[in-house]
Write a protein that binds this ligand. Structure first.
Ligand code: UD1
Length: 379
């Protein structure tokens, strides 16, 4: 181990940025409180997402420092993207010689950097460990499995995740239930988001519109599926305006299938560019309900007590259904589920334990206690 503990934090894609912000804040606070300077950290951006709306706006709004190292891998097939991240990140690790890397979530960058670090003998902390959809057709599920089997510390958001890891034979000592890191960012940005009143910019009234995001390959990469979803949204928009910030993958597929121009003409269906963090939270917070296939939105709606329909056959976040406001939906049940929500048929949820805005602090404390324990053991 270096005399000074060196940490590398990895981020690559949109859902990573709100997860690293609380970690960086907690690390900075720790450094300020520390009389001796015995640790340092660097931020690596793999560039999996690179557009202003998919990356830069989050750095500004979440007050993230500029990345120390940009890998700029960009888009490619999974194998090519993963391999490019690995090749570049190996160079970073050989140069920087970190003691720890911290990875978050389940994107290709999470898995690629974990693989590199594990082979170089660098310790890995995985934030948001243990989530399982039990559906290996999802690229994210493969990323989660590989990352968790290799990580040295597994920071979980809820007890169900601990149980998944224990069942997979991960030792209990490595598993730390710390709560939900996304919620840290939500708690610290909620006032700013609410001040925005973003719905007014789109001529929408409080509680009188639905907020939609969809980008999973299973929903957007098949013409029939995507076309069915658009026709359900067209029907919904006759009763309730819909605002739909369109992910680049979804826009590409809508255009490819000749659906984009048709969808743009539907009255009441507002297709807009991807939004920043504050505008997204503001719109979700004031909406009647949300339709999504995103992981983060299932959690944010649970925290905000906004009804959420998740257009997927499963979720790796069952606590949002058991305790929160989330319900699964499908192409077959979507219209009926919309009707139910329009008729006010939904129940309130509760906020799960440790979704309290303090997860970043807990992680940093555990990381330091762990490393301290290790250096004491070496003496
Ligand atoms: C990725 C993550 C997913 C996460 C999602 C959030 C993996 C396997 N998937 O999926 O877990 O929920 O991000 O957004 O890591 N594109 C742009 N601009 C960008 C980024 C992407 O135009 O800044 C385009 C790409 O060219 C590509 C498409 O969007 O055609 C999809 O991007 P990609 O990185 O393949 O995966 P996502 O679907 O975004």
């Amino acid at each position: 181990m270096n005399e000074e503990m060196k940490v590398i934090i990895v981020a690559g894609a949109r859902p990573n940025f709100m997860k690293i912000a609380p970690l960086i804040r907690a690390l900075s606070a720790k450094r300020e409180a520390q009389s001796e300077k015995y640790f340092s950290w660097k931020l690596v951006h793999t560039g999996q997402h690179y557009d202003i709306e998919m990356s830069e706006v989050f750095f500004q709004e979440l007050e993230l420092p500029r990345p120390d190292i940009n890998i700029e891998v960009g888009s490619a097939s999974h194998a090519v993207q993963t391999a490019n991240i690995m090749t570049q990140f190996e160079k970073v690790c050989l140069e920087e010689k970190p003691d720890w890397i911290l990875v978050v979530g389940d994107v290709n960058s999470t898995m690629a950097c974990t693989l590199v670090a594990a082979k170089l003998g660098i310790k890995v902390g995985h934030v948001e460990a243990g989530l399982r959809s039990f559906d290996r057709t999802m690229p994210e599920e493969v990323n989660r499995l590989v990352t968790d089997v290799l990580a040295d510390l597994l920071f979980t958001p809820s007890e169900d995740a601990d149980k998944n890891l224990l069942k997979e034979g991960i030792s209990k000592e490595k598993i730390k239930c710390v709560g939900n890191i996304m919620i840290d960012s939500l708690v610290s940005n909620l006032d700013k988001a609410r001040e925005r009143r973003t719905c007014e910019k789109f001529n929408l009234k409080d509680n009188q519109y639905a907020f939609v995001t969809l980008h999973r390959p299973s929903n957007v990469d098949d013409k029939q599926t995507l076309s069915h979803i658009i026709s359900c949204l067209a029907k919904l928009s006759k009763d309730l305006p819909v605002i739909f910030p369109v992910h680049p993958r979804t826009k590409k597929q809508l255009t490819l299938y000749g659906l984009w121009k048709k969808a743009e003409k539907i009255t009441g269906l507002n297709l807009i560019d991807p939004l920043g963090y504050h505008d997204t939270i503001s719109l979700v917070d004031n909406s009647r309900f949300v339709l999504t296939d995103s992981g983060g939105l299932q959690e944010e709606t649970t925290f905000l007590n906004i009804p959420c329909l998740t257009l997927r056959p499963n979720t790796e976040r069952p606590i949002t259904i058991i305790q929160g406001t989330n319900r699964l939906t499908s192409l077959e049940t979507l219209e009926r589920d919309f009707d139910n929500l329009l008729n006010g048929n939904h129940s309130n949820g509760k906020i799960p334990e440790f979704w309290d805005g303090k997860t970043g602090e807990r992680i940093v404390k555990i990381l330091f206690d762990h490393s301290q324990g290790e250096s004491n053991a070496q003496i």
